[in-house]
Structures are given as C-alpha cells and as structure tokens.
Design a protein around this ligand. Sequence first.
Ligand SMILES: Cc1cc2nc3c(=O)[nH]c(=O)nc-3n(C[C@H](O)[C@H](O)[C@H](O)COP(=O)(O)OP(=O)(O)OC[C@H]3O[C@@H](n4cnc5c(N)ncnc54)[C@H](O)[C@@H]3O)c2cc1C
Length: 471
Amino acid sequence: MNTSVAFDIIVIGAGPAGQKAAVQGTKGGKRVALIERERGIGGSCVYRGTIPSKTLRESALHLDRLKRAGEAFQFSLKPDTQIATLLSRLEDVVQAHDSFMSRQIRRNGISLFHGRARFLSEHTVEMQTVDGAQQQFTADTIVVATGSRPRNPEEIPVDHEHILDSDSLLSMIYLPRSLAVIGGGVIGCEYASIFALLGVEVTLIDRAPYPLQFMDRELVEQFIKGFEQQGGHYLGGQHIEQVRWNEVAHVATKLSDGTTVNTEKMLVALGRQANVEDLNLSAAGIMVSDKGVIPVNQYCQTNVPHIYAVGDMVGAPALASKAMEHGRRAVRHALNLPIGDAASTIPLGIYTIPEMASIGLDEVGARERYRDPLIGRAKFEEIARAQISGAGHGLLKMVADPAGERLLGVQVVGDSATELVHLGQLALQSGATIESFIDNVFNFPTYAEAYRIAALDILGQAAKIRTAKAA
Ligand SMILES: Cc1cc2nc3c(=O)[nH]c(=O)nc-3n(C[C@H](O)[C@H](O)[C@H](O)COP(=O)(O)OP(=O)(O)OC[C@H]3O[C@@H](n4cnc5c(N)ncnc54)[C@H](O)[C@@H]3O)c2cc1C
C-alpha cells in the first residue's frame, strides 16, 4: 500500500516560479515539498531559455565590440564557427546558478524530490521517479509551476536538426550561414537580432506588418532599423504556406505572396504552450481554458482555491521575473501574509539588439485613458554617455498625464534599456512627479540623463499649453 507523506505546501516544478514559491513557503515557517521532474533545478529559464540566450547574446555583443575596435583588421568569424565556442561561458554560468539555487533550497530547509508529479485528488499528488518508483504527498496548499514549452504547429515539421525550436536551437553545432525565423514575438526577435549580429543572414517572418505588436511602435521601428543595419531582413504581412527541408541543403519556406525563402536552418518561434497535460488536473477539478492555460485570479488561485498556478503555465507574458513574482504572491496569499502591489508594475525587458523595455502605460494606452497625454522624448544621440560609448541610436519615451505632472509610463530602446527602465519603475511606484526628474542631480555622463531630457520636454510642452490657454 502506498502511504502519503504530509507537507504544508507542495510545489510542482522547480523553475523560477516554483523556487520562489517554495522559498516563500519555508520563510513563512511551513514544511514544503518541491517536486521537479528533471535532474537540474532552474527550469527552462536556466537550461533552454533566458540564460543560454543571454550568454549567446553577450558573446555576439563582445565580438561586435572587438570588430568595431579592430575595424582596420577586417576581423570576422570563421565560416565554420562552432556554437559551443560562442557559448563557452554557458557551463560556468549554469553551474554557478545551479549551486546558488541548491544552496538556497538547502538553506531554507525545502524538501526537494526528483520525479514527475500528477494529481490524484484535490490534496494528493503522486510522484513517479525515473526508475518507476511511486510516492504520494498530501498538503493543504498546492502550487503548480510546471512552465511551458515551444508551440510547434503540426504543419511545420520541426525535426530539431534543420527546423528547430527555441529548446533545440542552441544544439546546432555550427553557426549557420543563413537562418529563417518564423514569429515576431520576443524569442523570435531576440534570436533573430543576435544571429544577425553574429554575421548570419537572418530573415524574420511574421503575419503582422510589425513584429512585437504589444510594444510601442516607435521603439519597434528603431529595433527594425538596427536589425536591418546588421544585415537582417524583416518580412511582415506574410502567411507561411509551407515549410520543407529539401533533403539536401536548405529549408524552403513558401510565403503567401508566392516567394520562397531558402535558408540553411529555421527557428520556429510561434509562442509557448503550457505544460498541463501530464498533471491529471481533472482529478483535482482544476479548469483549463480553451487556450490551454490555467485561469487564475490576481493571487494566482485556480478555481480550486487552495491550488495555485504560477509562471508560464498561466499564459503571457512568459517572463522569469513575472514567474518569480507569481510564486511569491501565491504563497503569501495562501499564508495570509501582506502581498503588496508589485504585480501591477511588472516591467517588460526584451533582449533584442538593440534592447527594449517598458513599464506602465505606453503612448497608445495613455491616449485611450487620458485622450491627450504628454509624451517626452530623449534621443540617445543627445546624451554624452551614448556618444562616448558609440552605442548608436536609442530613445527614451516618458508618458505623462495631460497636465505634465504625473508619470504614467516609460518606454526605452537602446543600450541599457532593460536596466534604465527600473528608474522609471521606482518613480511610477512611488508616485514621483515629472518635476522630480529635474530637481534631482544625475551623474554625468549616464544614460539615466535621458530621464531628465524627456522630463524637460514634457514640462516645456505643458508650459506652452498653459500659455496658449491663458492667451
Ligand atoms: C529562448 C528564451 C529566452 C528567454 N529570455 C527571457 C529573458 O530574457 N527574461 C525573462 O524574464 N524571461 C525569459 N524567458 C522566459 C523564462 O524562461 C520563463 O518565463 C520562465 O522560465 C518561466 O518560469 P516557470 O517557473 O513558470 O517555468 P519553467 O522555467 O518552464 O519551469 C517549469 C519546471 O517544471 C518542471 N515540470 C514540468 N512538469 C512537471 C511535472 N509534471 N512534475 C514535476 N516537474 C515538472 C520542469 O522540468 C521545469 O523545471 C525566456 C524563455 C526562452 C524560451
């Protein structure tokens, strides 16, 4: 007979969402079981997503800096450059992350189990290990954090050799000469711009006229400009009619306008699919939406109140930062601890080259809410720090209410955008005025100076409006 081990909280999945949930649970004085099916902990963030892609990006930027510094030497990568060479630091980064996370789990007294988990009932979870052994666990609170995987439509024959997805892309041995990327979302745009900077001939294809539809259009235009300057091509407004590996040398992608794009490799980046199938959710009475995600409320509670779903499995945006906040939030709610309102201001960071970031309302969102918001702009060309680093173009947009007093949002494209946005995030959260960006002394030269320039732009517009009204 299978006896159950009782815990206060069971967390399924040890990606960023599950880890934070587990740590929060033990910090709240509870006995926590963390169940992970893989040998390593860290989820797709560590092994197939954030860390590998950002390591490759760092290599691409480093090589680009070398290339620019040694322009006279005509430096270029060898045609048969191995991806492993470009990812030489990955092993060290993953190891460092892994040992940090293992220490954190041990230090917090979390009970870590390796095996595949599934529900047997509302309070019981069964885990099966790789050698087939089964173990049952019960708990008052259960947090499901099983993440997501690439969504590969049936009509696209992903073979993980010529036609790859984001899980298999970096298993390519050599840097390809050419790459077609289908899908203008975050993953597609990030990889497209990284490979273009590495000298690969990249064609990015999407149905929409512009990629990254949820981002500010002006930022996206700057991104496309930078991508095309690196030799990339964006083909918008295109439907994929057919994708085939020709069994010899290239992947042929037939487009709706009749053209065919031939490339050595293809990356399919058509979104993510929640990992819900293996969990036997019906045994616990948990609902799944038509889109295949688990619907949750603001505290990440499913329709079964003591069962929470967190991270990628509840849908977009698929971000490690959001996943961690979900894990924390869900367990704090379960333990009746104060939660705060951090989740309403989660920033977006997109590690394209150039990178982009956003917090709060953008221009379109602010127009819908306030009709005539004021938009302050600071072009990086006007900033000494950007001129010195030769980092090229960039733009910071500050969105304010129609009186030019209150900050509503910030969007940035260009070098350090994903860091810069946090200054705007703090300002938004603390209700800072536009004036406060002028009243403070900023280091010189810094990218942060862009905030001051954009704030001055807004205050100038507000003053003109006041004068016009008074006249
Ligand atoms: C190419 C790429 C680049 C990315 N770049 C960024 C970035 O720059 N910034 C950012 O914030 N985000 C980025 N992301 C997204 C980020 O990786 C995810 O949002 C994050 O990993 C989601 O965390 P999670 O905990 O919800 O799920 P995951 O990280 O997917 O973890 C889920 C865990 O659950 C385990 N599991 C699944 N089923 C079971 C089961 N039945 N039993 C036990 N265990 C199970 C899995 O093995 C896995 O370890 C990127 C993603 C990709 C693919």
